[in-house]
Design a protein around this ligand. Structure first.
Ligand code: 5AD
Ligand code: SF4
Length: 471
């Protein structure tokens, strides 16, 4: 049993990250014959992409995917720690699985992802959820076949969570959700330690993938007809800073654009590492999409300081305006937290003022959630929850107003759209995303799915557009 340890997870060493190749022992390849699996994924794109790896590993072991957890032999929860409600959802699901296991004692239940890295969660599992079969963390997803094999043999709760990140493992198989768009990890972990955030504990030290491995993956995707890659990392702008070569995000963006893949996106950016040369590269290459996610978190410089964000409201606005000036047609989205410990009405007014200035195209807004182990967890939180909820409501009213206003500006324009599928709830409708990452619905033939087509915007709503297929 290897249990998580927060003081280990917090440490940062200067060790250079090594690289190793994934390899599945032949003896593992028939373990799942005749058995099905189901993976429930919570949280961010990083987790979604990890699930694509987990699925492929299980299929290499001969498991096949079930369409519902209720008739599956193996159920894995790939969990998220970012806010309390992500925890609650996963524990709620464990409650349902307990009943299922009472009916079908042979089912195997595993838990992985960020929650597995938390000491408190694993202790709770050991106390009250002993019927769970196995737990593994974010640093050893490549060990799934071996952990699963062990737990099938032992019939006891198997826990293998590394607190220190290991090597970067290349060559883990992947079962991609879509053929026309793909996530590509460019780095793992985060060293920023924003005071509210649990990610530096659950995902470990920042480790960049080798640029040649990334480019190779993008070229392979392109050769297989993929139209769009999203370069993924917790803080992609810091790409390369941990490598011993002079090669940063601007170089990577350029080299990925030069592969000729039709669309390149990236997320998430921290304002701190967003350089002028990155802006230059984004504006130079047409296949880098003019859509940037630039989390601000708060408009109050005082709160930003307490959050450990290393920029002021003014710094952020300067960067925001440079991006708007230099990148033609750019759309910018953000993340905002309200109710950080000690946030006053005046601080909150600063956030509203910033939103009024930035008029975001999209924004994800959250109430501060205390995460055990983080620095903000120790701050006195004297803001009443109803006050926090009211601030969130007022903020949402404002951001929604600007989403609609921005969308309305597109009426009459012809926009490029990557067609993603048939819209649910509409009879013959297709949906896709514009270059600026806006959801658009329009009528057209299913054969267009996976292609980039032109659509004329006819109607604007708060969260989507309606348009007409042009060709
Ligand atoms: N409470 C609320 N929101 C948080 N986020 C990260 N940690 C917390 C927390 N403790 C938000 C941030 C981040 C997004 C992914 O989640 O806004 O950008
Ligand atoms: Fe968390 Fe800050 Fe790292 Fe983003 S940059 S993952 S908010 S610590």
């Amino acid at each position: 049993m290897i249990l998580p340890n927060y003081s280990e997870a917090k440490k940062r060493t200067k060790n250079v990250t090594l690289r190793e190749e994934y390899n599945l022992d032949d003896s593992m390849k028939t373990i799942g014959v005749g058995k099905t699996y189901f993976i429930k994924t919570y949280g961010c794109q990083m987790n979604e992409h990890d699930t694509e790896n987990l699925k492929a590993m299980l299929e290499e072991m001969s498991f096949s995917e079930a369409d519902d957890y209720k008739n599956s032999d193996l159920i894995i929860l790939n969990t998220c720690s970012i806010r309390e409600n992500a925890h609650n959802k996963a524990f709620g699901m464990l409650g349902r699985l307990k009943h299922l296991k009472e009916e079908r004692p042979d089912i195997i239940v595993g838990l992985c992802g960020c929650m597995a890295q938390e000491e408190g969660v694993v202790n709770r599992l050991l106390e009250k959820y002993k019927w769970v079969n196995f737990v593994f963390g974010t640093h050893n997803i490549h060990r799934l076949p071996y952990i699963l094999d062990e737990s099938l043999k032992s019939k006891h709760l198997e826990i293998e969570v590394y607190s220190k990140e290991g090597n970067i493992v290349e060559g883990i198989p992947v079962k991609r959700e879509h053929s026309y768009k793909a996530y590509v990890n460019i780095m793992y972990g985060c060293d920023k330690f924003c005071t509210y955030c649990i990610v530096p504990f659950t995902r470990g030290k920042q480790r960049s993938r080798d640029k040649d491995d990334i480019i190779k993956e993008v070229i392979e995707l392109k050769n297989n007809g993929c139209m769009e890659v999203t370069l993924l990392g917790q803080n992609v702008n810091a790409y390369g800073k941990d490598l011993e070569i002079e090669y940063g995000m601007e170089d990577l963006l350029r080299d990925v654009a030069l592969t000729g893949i039709p669309r390149v996106r990236f997320m998430t950016s921290h304002p701190w590492d967003f350089t002028d040369s990155m802006i230059e590269v984004i504006s130079k290459y047409d296949n880098i999409m003019p859509s940037i996610h630039l989390p601000v978190q708060s408009g109050s410089s005082r709160i930003l300081k307490l959050m450990g964000r290393r920029y002021t409201k003014e710094d952020y606005l300067k960067l925001f305006n440079t991006i708007k000036d230099k990148i033609r047609n750019v759309s910018i989205s953000t993340d905002i937290i309200v109710g950080f410990p000690g946030e006053t009405e005046e601080d909150f007014q600063d956030t509203l003022d910033l939103v009024e200035k930035c008029r975001y195209d999209n924004a994800f807004t959250f109430i501060f959630s205390k995460r055990e182990g983080t620095a903000a967890c120790r701050l006195e939180d004297n803001v009443d929850i109803t006050e926090k909820e009211e601030r969130l409501y007022r903020l949402n009213e404002m951001v929604n107003k600007y989403f609609l206003e921005n969308n309305k500006k597109l009426i009459g324009e012809v926009v490029p759209v990557l067609v993603e599928g048939m819209a649910s709830g509409r009879k013959a409708g297709l949906y896709g995303y514009t270059d600026t990452n806006k959801l658009i619905n329009f009528d057209g033939d299913e054969s267009l799915v996976g292609q980039i087509v032109n659509v004329k915007v006819e109607e604007a709503k708060t969260w989507s557009l309606d348009g007409k297929y042009i060709g």
